[in-house]
Design a protein around this ligand. Structure first.
Ligand SMILES: Nc1nc2c(c(=O)[nH]1)N[C@H]1C(S)=C(S)[C@@H](COP(=O)(O)O)O[C@H]1N2
Ligand SMILES: [Mo]
Length: 203
């Protein structure tokens, strides 16, 4: 008899029900980046919240680390067909970030997330609030590794993982849905793994 461990025992049926169509389970943690890993010194790190072109709030590393922290466990799904279950993250939820900036709700319907490497990706604001997304600062109880987006990355686990921008430099709230790096190169504007929204024309 198996004993129930941390998080409960995973039966084959439980695992299968958590793997979206066209995906396969991985136990590793592949690294996928469009270019080299940027090295951002914590003394030079900052996070900017913009509304349209206007920077509204800028946090340095210490100020950002003083924001409320939340720990979550989520499944993640990469468009290159791997899925990873029960990944463990800690960071600042977008709800807490907005509250710290003085917003009771997102100021516009869409967001463009920006990385220090010049990467960007678009997400509807509704997909970032209600505890669904965070700026992750640690993974598996340790500071986020540079290759996985450290010092800080966006985590939007219910969308394909390209939406989880690494080396996050800020969030820009936009009135219209504006294609980011991969969306300009043929990937889907929304990217729901359960509907297999991989490429631009997928419904
Ligand atoms: N800034 C930035 N974020 C990025 C990328 C990137 O190239 N630059 N790649 C994206 C893609 S395509 C994926 S699948 C995930 C991979 O994250 P991982 O390397 O931690 O697995 O990061 C996403 N975030
Ligand atoms: Mo990806």
């Amino acid at each position: 008899m198996a004993t129930r461990g941390f998080g409960g025992r995973r039966t084959p049926a439980d695992v299968a029900s958590r793997i979206p169509p066209g995906q396969a389970l991985t136990t590793g943690f592949p690294v996928l980046s469009a270019g080299p890993t940027p090295r951002v010194k914590l003394a030079e790190w900052s996070f900017t919240l913009k509304v349209g072109p206007r920077p509204l709030v800028k946090w340095d590393w210490d100020a950002f680390n003083a924001l409320p922290r939340t720990r979550i466990t989520r499944d993640i799904h990469c468009v290159t067909t791997w899925s990873k279950l029960d990944t463990d993250w800690e960071g600042v939820t977008i709800d807490d970030l907005l509250a710290a900036a003085g917003f009771a709700a997102p100021p516009t319907p869409f967001v463009l997330a920006h990385g220090f490497d010049g990467y960007s990706t678009n997400v509807p604001s509704a997909d970032l609030v209600g505890g669904k997304a965070m700026v992750a600062l640690s993974y598996d109880g340790a500071p986020l590794a540079p290759d996985h987006g450290g010092p800080a990355r966006l985590l939007v686990p219910h969308l394909y993982f390209w939406k989880s921008a690494k080396w996050l430099s800020g969030l820009q709230f936009t009135e219209t849905d504006t294609a980011g790096f991969w969306e300009l190169r043929g990937y889907h504007m929304y990217g729901d793994p359960w509907r297999e929204q991989r490429y631009h024309d997928d419904l």
